[in-house]
Design a protein around this ligand. Sequence first.
Ligand SMILES: C[S@@+](CC[C@H](N)C(=O)[O-])C[C@H]1O[C@@H](n2cnc3c(N)ncnc32)[C@H](O)[C@@H]1O
Length: 329
Amino acid sequence: MSTQHPYRRLKVPNETPFKLGPSPGKGWGAFATRRIVRGSLIMSEKPIFVIRMPHTEITDDHVTMAFRHVPPSQKAQFLLLRDNGSTRFTSMNEALAENSFNVANSDRGEPEAHGLFLLHSRFNHSCVPNSNIPSISEEIISSFATRDIEVGEEINLCYNPDFQCRTRYERHQALRFACECVACLPGTPFQRVSDMRRRLIRGLQYLAHGADLDGKRQISRSIIVDPKLKMMAETFSIPLSSRLIYSLLSFFFLEEEGLLDDFMEARLRPSLTKTVRLFKSETNQRIVLQAMEQKTWLQRLQVGFGLYGREDAADYEVTLALRRLRQFL
Ligand SMILES: C[S@@+](CC[C@H](N)C(=O)[O-])C[C@H]1O[C@@H](n2cnc3c(N)ncnc32)[C@H](O)[C@@H]1O
């Protein structure tokens, strides 16, 4: 039956290091046809059309209008897409939702824009993925291997950018399907600690930014149970020494989760480097430098713990600077 599957007619460029095939329990997926080395490009892809508005406002009419301007060859490719590999989509909007990526640059504050991608949308999800789309340039998305991918291995992506801070239950609520990756398969030792680690990462980010993932302060059922500590985070009164330890802990937990790939590290490093440079008290500076000279995140953390409870001459001005910055966000 799968010989007649419409995905057999989806055009995958020759140079692309994967082919499409059935993925048990997940419809179809993309499988490596050669070894893909960590950090290397998997594929760059242009959308066949882009709709520039929030997801919640897009209707079937918007998608149909955009589709009208697509060249006939790409229209034919679009019509091969199926809901998770088998049934036809019930609406144009559903087809867009299942096969699109937000191509807006959120760091530059661009409004939502959803592009339809024929091939990257074939990548299934994993909460511990082996590929990543680190940035989007001029609506072109490029995926890279976050670790070595062996021939025959399925290539997967994490569908949600904040899943490193979400427990299994929260992730499945958002995905609306039950992922069975190593962080999701229930009852395994990894899964049991994974939930704990991801919750801790979320708490640590609250302490660092004084706000939750949505940029807002939590009113009830806060991730930070101690009201005094929560208040300190929200008023940016957390001392530098604790900030450094929280940051090192986050790196360590992310690494343990299998999520500290080169892209994640490049994204988080600048803020750690900034924190390291802020220390003014000599003894603290010495401990920080010694910690950063260590080879592994665990060793950096172990040495960094020497700062626990220590005040620094820069504490007050850091608090003032962060409060000022907060006013502009
Ligand atoms: C963008 S499509 C991915 C390609 C799709 N499997 C196909 O056959 O075209 C997303 C859909 O694939 C399925 N899927 C993706 N990752 C999955 C996973 N880890 N476990 C189960 N289903 C998954 C879900 O039905 C999801 O809505």
